[in-house]
Design a protein around this ligand. Structure first.
Ligand code: NAD
Ligand code: DAU
Length: 356
């Protein structure tokens, strides 16, 4: 089965993974149109897409996925034949201190997007249609020392963030089962790479090391995450969109498990060398801090279904990916300063309207 979308609505395309996806999709699919619908929260930054500003295949609309009128208008006017839904509140720590917005965006926002997509698909404005829900391995909860998450692992989310993503996944499932809507669902492990907001572990480490700030390690540092380069995630999303059977779910992961403390030590050592600091100097910045409440111990993805059915495999080794990511942050310190100061938000409000 092969599906060739002509007009894609990407939600949350100004965020980390969405912006990387838009770059790679447009580069590989000349002739397709991409509309980026993003409300520009603290995590959205149009500088991630600056090189596309004059590309006629790309357009940006500032708006909320929960705005049914706007979503319906975009779907109809642009004859959208695929929705690739990245928009979300995505940071676990923020979901612990303020869960409400996570339910509003991730659950209710997804429901609005699904409902307007259902009406659009049933109206027959386009011949074929897909709704791709971008989800996370966190919906499966936490693993012990062995084993992997498969697509059959029961959902057991532990944080308000993962609970809201699991809720959205269940709605996607229900729209397929109830209405026969051609939905797809991917669940990926931890991403790293360019344009990653520096509240997440890897960009936070790089940024703090450059600036000789403390490196907070939660708990004993022995939690395990399974890291995948964002370009590999983007490639997997494209393969699923074009070739997966409607109703299917695919795990995405790179079989690349690390204890947090080992990642911290690695980034310290690579930056000792890169910044000409003495061996072990950056490790002195490591500071063990109070653990995250409900902190999932281990994630590990079994992505064999994706490899077997659709032929996807990661292209990046971790050695290459982490080295390139460090170089990217070293050469984009202005980007980091900008996204952490929030000064760009007023400018966007003048350009595109909406709340600052
Ligand atoms: P991000 O926080 O960097 O970006 C989220 C984007 O969504 C931002 O541009 C933000 O402005 C936008 N947004 C938020 N609320 C919105 C709303 N109501 N309407 C329109 N736009 C809105 O997130 P990310 O890390 O790029 O994650 C993207 C998706 O991938 C999320 O759904 C997340 O659950 C999933 N995911 C992330 C990872 C990861 O490691 N970062 C791994 C697996 C899955
Ligand atoms: O697994 C996929 C998920 O990965 C995505 O669904 C989420 O959107 C994304 O944020 C990410 O969630 P994590 O909680 O795993 O990522 P984070 O970068 O916040 O933390 C990674 C690990 O590092 C986790 O075990 C917590 C720990 N950590 C994090 C920070 C920010 C620290 O020890 N210190 C820190 O300062």
């Amino acid at each position: 089965m092969s599906f060739a979308p002509q007009s894609i609505l990407v939600t949350g395309g100004a965020g980390f993974i969405g912006s990387n996806f838009i770059h790679s999709f447009l580069a590989g699919n000349p002739g397709s149109q991409v509309t980026n619908l993003d409300v520009l929260t603290y995590a959205g930054n149009l500088n991630n897409l600056r090189t596309l500003e004059n590309n006629p295949a790309y357009s940006f609309v500032r708006g909320d996925i929960g705005d049914a009128t706007l979503v319906a208008q975009l779907l109809t006017e642009r004859k959208v034949d695929a929705v690739v839904h990245f928009a979300a509140e995505s940071h676990v720590d923020r979901s612990i201190s303020g869960p409400e917005i996570f339910v509003r965006t991730n659950v209710l926002g997804t429901q609005v997007l699904l409902e307007e997509s259902r009406k659009h698909w049933q109206s027959g404005v386009v011949n074929d249609f897909r709704f791709l829900q971008i989800s996370t391995d966190e919906v499966y909860g936490s693993l012990g020392e062995s084993g992997f998450f498969t697509e059959e692992t029961p959902l057991a989310p532990n944080s308000p963030y993962s609970a809201s993503k699991a809720g959205a996944d269940m709605l996607v499932r229900a729209y397929h089962e109830t209405y026969g809507m051609p939905t797809l669902n991917t669940r990926c492990s931890n991403n790293y790479g360019p344009f990653h907001f520096p509240e997440k572990l890897i960009p936070l480490l790089i940024h703090n090391i450059i600036n000789r700030k403390p490196l907070p390690v939660y708990g004993d540092g022995k939690n395990v995450r399974d890291w995948l380069h964002v370009n590999d995630h983007a490639a997997a999303v494209e393969v699923v969109l074009k070739t997966a059977a409607p109703g299917s779910i695919y795990n995405i992961g790179g079989n690349n498990e690390w204890f947090n403390i080992d990642i911290v030590n690695l980034v310290c050592d690579l930056l000792d060398e890169r910044l000409g600091r003495s061996s072990g100097e950056n490790r002195t910045l490591i500071t063990f801090v109070k653990d995250r409440p409900g902190h999932d111990r281990r994630y590990a993805i079994d992505a064999s279904r994706l490899k077997r059915d659709l032929g996807w495999e990661p292209a990046y080794t971790f050695e290459r990916g982490i080295a390139e990511t460090i170089e990217w942050y070293l050469s984009h310190q202005e980007w980091v300063a900008e996204v952490t100061s929030g000064s760009y938000r007023e400018y966007y409000t003048q350009q595109y309207g909406g709340a600052a």
